[in-house]
Design a protein around this ligand. Sequence first.
Ligand code: ZN
Length: 362
Amino acid sequence: MITTTLFPGRYVQGAGVFNRLGEEIARFGSRAFLICDPYVHDNLLHGYRKKIEKSTELVIERFKGECSDEEIERLSAIALKSSCSVIAGIGGGKTLDTAKAVAYKMKAPVAVAPTIASTDAPCSALAVIYKASGEFKRYLILPKNPDLVLVDTQIVAQAPARFLVAGLGDALATYFEAESCRQKYAGNMTGDVGSMTAYALAELCFHTLLEYGLAAKLACEAHVVTPALEHVVEANTLLSGLGFESGGLAAAHAIHNGLTVLEPTHDYFHGEKVAIGTLASLFLTDKPTEMISKVFDFCESLGLPTTLADIGLKDVSDDDLMKAAEGATAEGETIHNEPIPVTTASVFAALKAMDSMGRARK
Ligand SMILES: [Zn+2]
């Protein structure tokens, strides 16, 4: 059996570690093309620029807000003209994905510095490309993971806690999906089977969230860094990233994808919808009552969605919910990595059952 496991080249995390960004980038090149999201560009960068420039020359560009082919083209042209040897991105997921895509076009190394811990995107060898209008266009599978991922927990703690909580929702899916893939010998994001390393990291991710999730959220609300926050930022960013990419995806993300066909869910973060996908997957896959209660308790303690109304689907019709179930079970969807037979009807039933349980517990 062939297994493949993917890792970012170097993962650096801690309070104040942004001060080391220049030295860390300099490992990969002496002239960096730095793509900053608008908030970072206008508010954060001036505090660090001089420090970074002690180690590496900078060409700075403000990200226009969408990870689109047009924006990747624009930024690649500037990077090429300015003879940069390394690409760096600072900001949210779209900024980082754009930096990864630009580096791929340039065949240059890439460093990413997330300013929130809301998804497992920073560590992955994948960029999500959108149309200029904001609709999903395609996945760009990259030949390698970022060379450097640097997370300053002090900066993560300054962002609204909703980002961290959404990251907890995304990371919650990791163990259940990887475990389903393990049981079925289903492929991970490379198509090969996951390694025992990947499955063990997915399990560590789950235990870390349950143990420290609430304490981390409270620390983030108080804008302070505590060990619990550090553990959860690592779980959301590194463990969940390794777990999903090398362990594999299954029902939770497929149900998320199905839910996105319903317009009202667009106002909610990826991780918030993945939490609903995870809860529904527990009913779909016949998990013990004790486990279902444990995951509901966890989501409720954090304020993650536990009913359809919580993701904008208060009055959703059965016809619309069936459309979401159809999307979740489309050919090629990762829901077919579940070790039990899955149908559109069984996903519809799981969503209804999850919603009833969530409402009964409120
Ligand atoms: Zn996800």
